[in-house]
Design a protein around this ligand. Structure first.
Ligand code: PLP
Length: 391
C-alpha cells in the first residue's frame, strides 16, 4: 500500500529529538527553528513530559467521556492559572481544525445565527467550516463552499465598520488570528482587535480568537489576544498544547452556557492527552516560559534586524517572520541542506521561525550565524560582492 501523496516532503528521516535539536538516521544533527510546525513548546522529548505520559500509560490511556476523568479538571485548573481566564470553561478536542470547528458551531448555537466573518489570508484548518473560513480556495472542496462565510481585509477598520453597519444581524461570530501564521506572520493591530471587541459587544456577535498557532505562550503572553488587552468569547488552542501529543481545546466565556449533547467527541480529553497537556503547562510554569518567550523573541528579532539581506523582520515572542528577497529565494533550502537548520515558510517569500519556547541563547546564535553564512553563500554563488548588495 502507498501513502496518499499530499505532502511535498524533504527527503530527511528524523529518528530522534531532544530540546531544539533533531537527528536523522545517519546521526546528522539539525537545529529546529520550526518547532515541528509551532508544535514543540517545551522542547522535543522533554523528560517531565515523557515521564508524565509514561506514568499515565501505565495507569489508563483512554476511557470515554461517559465517566469522570479527573485529569481533565486538573488540566482545566492549571490552564486557568496560566492563562488567567479563570471563569472560562474548557472543552477538549484533538486538533486545531477541530477546535475551530467546535468554536464556530458553538457561536452559531449560542446566537442562533449563521454568518461568520473571517479575514483575508486567514488559515483556520481543513474541516468543513474551518476550511470554509480559510482564505485559500484551492483547499476548499465544492461541498465546503458556503455563503455563510465572508472575508474582510485584515486590519482594515473602515471595512469592518461598514460590514457591521449593514449586515450584522445575521453574524454569529468573527474568527481571527491575532498573528496570522500561514498568512505570513502578520500582526493584527491592537486597535483593530479592540474595535472588533467593541463591535461584537454592541451587536451580540461572538469573538473567536484562533490561538492554535500564536497562542499558548508563543507570542510572549499566554494568548496573543492579551497584547491588545481584550478578551475573546472563545479561544481555540492546539499545536503547543501537547508538545507533539495530539490535543486541542476551546476556552469558552462564562456567558456561553452548555447543554448536554451540544458538543462531543470520542477521543477529545482522553487521559493520555491530558497527561501530555498537563506536563506542558507544568514545565511552562516551572520554567516561566511565557516570559522567556518574550525575552528570547526580542533578542532574536533585534539580531535579525541587523542582518543584511532579509527584510521586514516582524513578530512577537517566538513567532517571527521575515521576507526573503528574490536574489536569496533559495535561502530556506540552503539553511536546511547546507546548515542543517529547519525553518518554516509562508508563501510566497516568508521564512517563519517557530522554535520551542525553551530555545537557548546559544542555539539562537547558532541559527543567526547559519543564516548569515547562508546569505553569504547564496550571494557569492551569484558573484555579487557583499558590499554591492549592501549599498
Ligand atoms: C491558526 C491555525 N488554526 C488552525 C490550524 C489547524 O490546526 P490542525 O492542523 O491541528 O488542524 C492551524 C494549522 O496550521 C493554524 O495555524
Amino acid at each position: 500500500m502507498k501513502l496518499f501523496d499530499v505532502y511535498p516532503i524533504n527527503d530527511i528521516t528524523i529518528e530522534r529529538a531532544k530540546d531544539s535539536y533533531v537527528w536523522d538516521e545517519n546521526g546528522v544533527q539539525y537545529l529546529d527553528m520550526y518547532g515541528g510546525h509551532a508544535v514543540i513548546s517545551i522542547g522535543h522529548s522533554n523528560p517531565h513530559w515523557v515521564k508524565r505520559i509514561e506514568e499515565q500509560l501505565n495507569k489508563i490511556a483512554f476511557y470515554s467521556n461517559s465517566v469522570q476523568i479527573p485529569i481533565q479538571k486538573e488540566l482545566a485548573k492549571k490552564l486557568s492559572k496560566l492563562s488567567g481566564k479563570e471563569d472560562y470553561q474548557l472543552f477538549l478536542v484533538n486538533s486545531g481544525a477541530e477546535a475551530n470547528e467546535n468554536a464556530l458551531k458553538l457561536a452559531s448555537f449560542h446566537t442562533g445565527r449563521k454568518k461568520i466573518i473571517a479575514f483575508k489570508k486567514a488559515f483556520h484548518g481543513r474541516t468543513s467550516l474551518a476550511v470554509a473560513a480559510t482564505d485559500n480556495p484551492s483547499i476548499i472542496a465544492p461541498v465546503n463552499e458556503t455563503e455563510n462565510v465572508v472575508f474582510l481585509p485584515f486590519n482594515d477598520e473602515a471595512a469592518l465598520k461598514e460590514y457591521f453597519r449593514t449586515n450584522v444581524t445575521e453574524v454569529a461570530a468573527v474568527i481571527i488570528e491575532a498573528i496570522q501564521g500561514v498568512g505570513g506572520i502578520t500582526l493584527a493591530s491592537p486597535g483593530f482587535l479592540q474595535l472588533l471587541r467593541k463591535l461584537c459587544d454592541e451587536n451580540g456577535v461572538m469573538l473567536i480568537a484562533d490561538e492554535v498557532q500564536c497562542g499558548y505562550g508563543r507570542s510572549g503572553k499566554f494568548f496573543a489576544f492579551d497584547h491588545a488587552g481584550i478578551n475573546a468569547d472563545i479561544y481555540t488552542m492546539a499545536k503547543g498544547m501537547g508538545n507533539g501529543f495530539p490535543i486541542g481545546g476551546i476556552l469558552i466565556a462564562p456567558h456561553i452556557k452548555p447543554k448536554y449533547g451540544m458538543l462531543g467527541t470520542t477521543f477529545g480529553g482522553n487521559h493520555l492527552a491530558c497527561a501530555a497537556g498537563l506536563a506542558v503547562l507544568e514545565v511552562m510554569e516551572e520554567e516561566d516560559l511565557v516570559e522567556k518567550s518574550k525575552q528570547r523573541g526580542q533578542y532574536l528579532i533585534n539580531k535579525l534586524r541587523k542582518i543584511d539581506g532579509i527584510e521586514n523582520v516582524r513578530g512577537l515572542g517566538l513567532m517571527i517572520g521575515f521576507d526573503v528577497p528574490l536574489d536569496l529565494k533559495d535561502l530556506r533550502k540552503n539553511l536546511l541542506l547546507h546548515h542543517n537548520v529547519f525553518t518554516g515558510e509562508a508563501k510566497p517569500n516568508v521564512i517563519r521561525l517557530l522554535p520551542a519556547l525553551t530555545i537557548t541563547r546559544k542555539q539562537m546564535d547558532e541559527f543567526l550565524d547559519a543564516l548569515q553564512e547562508a546569505i553569504n553563500e547564496l550571494r557569492s554563488e551569484q558573484n555579487i560582492p557583499v558590499d554591492e548588495v549592501t549599498a
